[in-house]
Design a binder for this molecule. Structure first.
Ligand code: NAI
Ligand code: 15L
Length: 251
């Protein structure tokens, strides 16, 4: 049984039917109702901040795809509750169930690096927002639960998950649905996942983030350059254009 949190959200909405079509047994969960039932799946409404509900949700899980949380800048108390406490509750539940976790981290953990820098996952965090801080905390929670309890996980620093890139920044940050699905599947199937961090980014000619998944069974295929003629300019703000995090780097 694979639990998918945040299943009512943007990524969950396109990912769940793809995973179900592969024959995976899914339990979808969110604080909001999933719109449009996904054939062959069950839905359990749960609030990530409620430890008991999350423990029950995950009790028979073999894996948890943890997409749930707030995905933009918001008041700190809300971000910390949903994204930090919520992620701790997920790892606590994973430990009890003996499940692995595929955690939706974000490129905003490094958003304050300038656009002329290429990065590896070994470079220190430079979050561009309290949102980015909470995503970095989630990666640290993953590390702690592995070192203490051997809970296996992959933190995927998702770039911009879109059907197609729409802005100039996406030349660097875009991840296609096919590539993100393939990476998640590789994380589910890896015989020895350990505690890994990946960039969730397509094979963009102009990507900033170095491949760290060689030999892992994931080879991204799509390239934002194919859409370059259709891209809108980034907002005309020096901070947005200077830093990798783009609009998250402004008030
Ligand atoms: P989304 O905002 O569309 O979906 C997130 C879901 O989490 C929502 O349906 C929301 O109801 C649910 N949620 C929020 N707080 C909750 C709580 N306390 N309890 C239970 N459910 C709760 O976000 P999207 O785009 O689907 O992203 C999924 C994950 O991937 C998020 O964690 C986001 O931070 C991360 N991510 C997404 C990127 C993207 O390009 N869409 C880029 C980088 C990271
Ligand atoms: C994220 O982490 C956000 O959740 C998403 O809405 C996009 O802004 C994405 O990063 C991005 O950087 O494009």
């Amino acid at each position: 049984m694979i639990v998918v949190t945040g299943a009512a959200g943007e990524i969950g909405t396109w990912l769940a039917p793809r995973l179900a079509a592969r024959g995976l047994e899914l339990r979808l969960s969110d604080i909001s109702e999933v719109v449009g039932k996904v054939k062959g799946t069950e839905f359990v409404r749960a609030d990530l901040t409620q430890a008991d509900a999350i423990r029950d949700l995950c009790k028979d899980a073999t894996a948890i795809i943890h997409l749930g949380g707030i995905r933009f800048e918001a008041p700190s108390e809300q971000l910390i509750a949903s994204n930090v406490l919520g992620t701790d509750n997920i790892f606590r539940a994973a430990r009890l169930a003996g499940a692995r976790v595929v955690y939706a981290s974000s490129n905003h953990v490094i958003g304050y690096y300038e656009r002329n820098r290429d990065l590896s996952t070994d470079d220190p965090f430079r979050p561009d927002s309290i949102y980015g801080v909470t995503k970095a905390a989630g990666e640290l929670i993953a590390r702690f639960y592995f070192d203490r309890y051997r809970v296996e996980s992959a933190s995927i620093r998702i770039g911009s998950a879109l059907e197609r890139p729409t802005r100039v920044r996406h030349r660097h940050t875009w991840v296609s649905y096919d590539d993100l699905e393939a990476l998640i599947i590789a994380c589910l199937q890896s015989p020895n996942l350990g505690c890994r961090t990946f960039w969730g980014v397509s094979a963009n000619t102009r990507k900033w983030w170095q491949d760290d998944s060689q030999g892992f069974g994931f080879v991204p295929k799509d390239d934002a350059e194919k859409y370059v003629a259709t891209l809108l300019p980034d907002p005309d703000d020096p901070q947005v254009r200077r830093f990798q995090g783009g609009e998250f780097c402004t008030e």
